[in-house]
Write a protein that binds this ligand. Structure first.
Ligand code: SF4
Ligand code: SF4
Ligand code: SF4
Length: 502
């Protein structure tokens, strides 16, 4: 007799009085959790198959469904919690590495929630964003040390190539392959409409999306999938991915099952073969090696594209950022340990890296102390959840932020964290045609535009409240921040005072 060591984590509760047996839930669940019993004329559910994606809950016409956390418990034990025991049982059963999707969900401090913003009153008037112009545009890239003038005294444009954005937000790297075609189309169209950029991730650029080149960052990762001269020249900027917040120090792996059709063509690898990105770039073992790649990419694009170097927030992030700022790169992207991913080993995702707030503040301070802050712009990413997080990140020193998980939530993601399984019921992290169709790009792009429009309004309101009319004036302006419930060391690293201090 089979022994079920693990009790299902969730229970699907069906209200029999409300259920009209329409069977929509059965059709919507790609995990085949629901089943119609014809003889009984009713539906049953296998809770063990449910990943709590809320698709059936959202589409049930009579609100007959809800998902609850299972009430089944182990004997209380502060050391051996239910999660530890279940994970151990799973590995004892499979002998495999545990996989997870999306960002680190564990109970580490969220520093953005322990930082408060300033507001003006009486002696330093606030600004009404409905009546006064407020500037949210930002320009990313290296700044020249000196303004040059020609013989007539006119300013010579000696600016290196830069990225112009209508607001300090971009969509972070999410590859075609890990995301569906419709998800990528939604991101590309929203980026174009909002005057920002989206990012190909490491999967190459689908032919259909070359037309969004002016709003695209093309990524070069260790696997170099889909990288060729036309690709490099098609985007507005090139990103070298050295690390990722969700899985610092390790490579990527897109299973062969997802390398189908256009995904295989776009990545330039055979159908069904696993797409494995090595942990390191095999030609980069020092800042000098990185510099070679930065300038190779600049050469390949006639010095017309800014180069971003993306790194994970880990213990030595400030030293690495200092090297990158001297490598010829124009922009550093730092990805905090809560950053999302399609798939990562659970242990790596949950136990490696540091919070973006501390990494960002540390890097900004170090580059300022070394007098090289203007060599580069800084993008901060890793679970930016709201316009308030953006404003706080800018005040901690970011020029701009990346959003990934927030963008997917706008597309309908319910954070079930099983993207790696390829059966995303919301049509986002899947290549199954019937599932992909569930995400309508017209609707997806509109929801992203709505989100960013709302955030831009809120950013202007927060800036106005602080008496600041340009986002550039907020950059690194830590006087606008106060910590609550933080210890001396945390305040020191963040470079902010405690609430209540003048
Ligand atoms: S979708 Fe709702 S009403 Fe329809 S069968 Fe499922 S639970 Fe019943
Ligand atoms: S996996 Fe999603 S669609 Fe399936 S039963 Fe659970 S919540 Fe419903
Ligand atoms: S993208 Fe899809 S599979 Fe991934 S967490 Fe969101 S809903 Fe789940």
């Amino acid at each position: 007799m089979a022994v079920n060591y693990i009790y299902p984590e969730y229970e699907v509760v069906r209200n029999a009085d409300r259920c009209i047996a329409c069977r929509a839930c059965e059709r919507q669940c790609a995990n085949q959790a629901h089943e119609y019993l014809a003889e009984a004329g009713r539906l049953v559910c296998d809770d063990a198959k449910c990943v709590n994606c809320h698709r059936c809950v959202s589409l049930c016409p009579t609100r007959a469904l809800k998902i609850i956390k299972s009430g089944n418990t182990y004997k209380q034990n502060v050391n051996w919690r239910g999660r530890n025991i279940d994970e151990l049982y799973r590995q004892a059963e499979t002998g495999g590495v545990l996989l997870s999707g999306m960002g680190n969900p564990r109970e580490y401090p969220v520093y953005f929630d322990k930082i408060l913003l300033n507001a003006s009153q009486v002696t330093n008037p606030s600004i009404d964003p409905l009546r006064e112009p407020m500037e949210t545009r930002v320009s990313l890239g290296a700044k020249p040390e000196k303004i040059k003038r020609n013989a007539d005294g006119r300013i010579v444009n000696n600016l290196p190539p830069r990225i112009s954005l209508s607001m300090p937000v971009m969509f972070s790297a999410m590859s075609y392959g890990s995301l569906s075609y419709n998800a990528h189309e939604s991101l590309a169209r929203a980026a174009e409409e909002m005057g920002i950029l989206y990012n190909t991730g490491e999967g190459g650029l689908h032919e259909d999306f070359y037309r969004y080149g002016a709003n695209t960052i093309v990524q070069v990762a260790s696997g170099r999938f889909g990288v060729h001269p036309r690709y490099l020249n098609s985007g507005e900027a090139i990103e070298i991915k050295m690390g990722q917040g969700a899985k610092p120090g390790i490579g990527g792996h897109l299973p062969g099952a997802k390398i189908v059709g256009d995904v295989s063509g776009t990545r330039m690898i055979p159908e069904g073969s696993d797409a494995i990105s090595p942990a390191p770039h095999h030609d980069i073992y020092s800042i000098e090696d990185l510099r070679q790649l930065v300038f190779s990419l600049k050469e390949a694009t006639d010095y017309r594209k800014p180069i971003i170097v993306k790194i994970a927030a880990v213990h030595n992030v400030t030293a690495i950022a200092s090297g990158i700022a001297r490598s010829g790169a124009d922009i550093i992207a730092i990805d905090g340990f809560r950053g999302g991913t399609g798939a990562a080993p659970t242990r790596i995702r949950d136990h490696v890296g540091i919070p973006i707030e501390l990494a960002l503040a540390g890097v900004d301070k170090r580059l300022r102390d070394e007098g090289i802050r203007d060599n580069v712009s800084i993008i901060a990413g890793g679970s930016i959840r709201s316009s308030a997080d953006i404003v706080k990140a800018v005040a901690l020193g970011a020029d701009c932020v990346y959003i990934g998980t927030a963008a997917l939530l706008a597309l309908g993601c319910h954070l079930c964290r099983t993207c790696y399984a390829g059966k995303c019921n919301w049509g986002i992290a899947t290549q199954v045609p019937e599932l992909v169709k569930r995400l309508n790009p017209d609707m997806g792009h509109k929801r992203l535009v709505n989100l960013l429009t709302a955030w831009r309004h809120e950013i202007k309101e927060m800036m106005g409240g602080m008496g600041i009319n340009s986002i550039e004036s907020l950059k690194g302006n830590r006087l606008m921040l106060r910590g609550v419930g933080l210890n001396e060391k945390e305040l020191e690293i963040l470079g902010i005072k405690h609430a209540g201090e003048q």
